[in-house]
Design a protein around this ligand. Structure first.
Ligand code: AMP
Length: 237
């Protein structure tokens, strides 16, 4: 039986100076400095209920998977933060801080609250559909698509929308239309519950997705199946 203390690690110095911006169930996110640059540090911490050896293995795999998905996106020209450094000893990923950004969530919320014309949100929906189709064409499944996990780099007032996808912590690689359909279903649920009365906007996003990917018909078919299953489940529950 392994001694649990053997796996205990000292808090790395770079985290001591960092400022916690999110505390999740799997990871803590910090804002800090690395080689003079502003960075986001994502630290996966040990799950004490798991056997230390198994925990170490799973955490290492998740960290590697997150980095792999980000790199795969970036190689295909999809905007995701630059990975500066990965510390596999402390399970920390150092990412480019997308400074002066606003989340798509905050942008939609404030646009709706302003009572002004929300026509520009349609262009944003087109862009999101395009980028997600491109990501799925690379067989990257994000796993946690929400409007909070999409940033508008340079702020919301930019003429050219610079959409950056973040938080690939639950991502994986799959070519299956079902996995892509579920990815879109997760977004649909999150989108419509976070932003009321946006059904038409979301339809526009899906239309743009369909126009951007040759593989879209199979994905849309699966999305419809998943929706149906969801509806049946909620009727039973
Ligand atoms: P995450 O757990 O990766 O979603 O990160 C939590 C929050 O930190 C996000 O909702 C963003 O507000 C912020 N964040 C994460 N990654 C970045 C990044 N690369 N640049 C700027 N802000 C980020």
């Amino acid at each position: 039986m392994a001694d649990a203390n053997f796996f205990k690690k000292q808090t790395p110095l770079y985290l001591v100076d960092g400022q916690v911006i999110k505390q999740g169930a799997e990871a803590r996110v910090y804002r800090g400095k690395f080689l003079g640059r502003s960075v986001i540090i994502k630290e996966r911490f040990p799950k004490l209920y798991r056997h230390p050896l198994l925990d170490e293995k799973l955490t290492r795999r998740r960290t590697a998977q997150e980095v792999r998905s980000i790199l795969r996106c970036r190689r295909a020209g999809i905007n995701a933060p630059v990975v500066y450094f990965v510390d596999h000893n402390t399970h920390c990923i150092f990412l480019e801080d997308i400074v002066h950004s606003v989340s798509v969530r905050d942008h939609i919320v404030s646009s709706q609250a302003s009572g002004q014309d929300t026509e520009h949100l349609q262009t944003l929906a087109d862009k999101i559909g395009q980028v997600l189709a491109q990501m799925h064409d690379e067989d990257v499944i994000h796993g946690d698509l929400t409007t909070s996990n999409m940033l508008l780099a340079g702020g919301a007032e930019q003429k050219n929308i610079n959409l950056v996808l973040i938080d690939f912590g639950l991502s994986y690689i799959s070519a299956l239309p079902e996995d892509k359909g579920v990815d879109l279903y997760v977004l649909e649920k999150a989108f419509l519950s976070t932003h009321p009365n946006t059904e038409t906007l979301f339809e526009r996003l899906l239309k743009s997705y369909s126009a951007s990917s040759k593989k879209a018909p199979a994905v849309m078919k699966k999305l419809d199946e998943v929706r149906l299953r969801g509806r049946k489940r909620s009727m039973i529950g």
